[in-house]
Design a protein around this ligand. Structure first.
Ligand code: FES
Length: 114
């Protein structure tokens, strides 16, 4: 079961919600299902409005940023040097992702800050 805890100080002070899904789902879709008010605009990985900081809750996982997501994160100043190289580089987070492009697999557990 994919599990995400959204955390945001931007909405009524410290605020968090725990969301669970039994199927792969984008962070944005998960946020909408659970009424998490993530900022969003294009929903296509182009504008960067939905940039969030993702931290895996357990161990290390591989990051898979598409060329579009990398380009947008770079354009809005969110790409770190680790994101510039091999897509299969291991990471512990936090790492900037686009909520509309980041898939939560059933074995994933993330903290997501926005
Ligand atoms: S909403 Fe525009 S990049 Fe995700």
């Amino acid at each position: 079961m994919g599990q995400v805890q959204f955390i945001s100080p931007r909405i009524g002070g410290d605020w968090s919600i725990l969301c669970r899904s039994h199927q792969p789902i984008s962070l944005l879709k998960m946020a909408r299902i659970f009424n998490v008010p993530l900022p969003v605009h294009c929903q296509q990985g182009i504008c960067g409005t939905c940039a969030v900081q993702v931290t895996p809750q357990q161990g290390i996982r591989h990051g898979h940023l598409s060329p579009v997501e990398k380009r947008t994160l770079r354009a809005v100043g969110k790409v770190s040097c680790i994101d510039e190289g091999d897509d299969l580089v291991q990471w512990k987070g936090p790492r900037w992702r686009l909520a509309c492009q980041c898939m939560v697999e059933t074995s994933d557990q993330f903290f997501v800050a926005f």
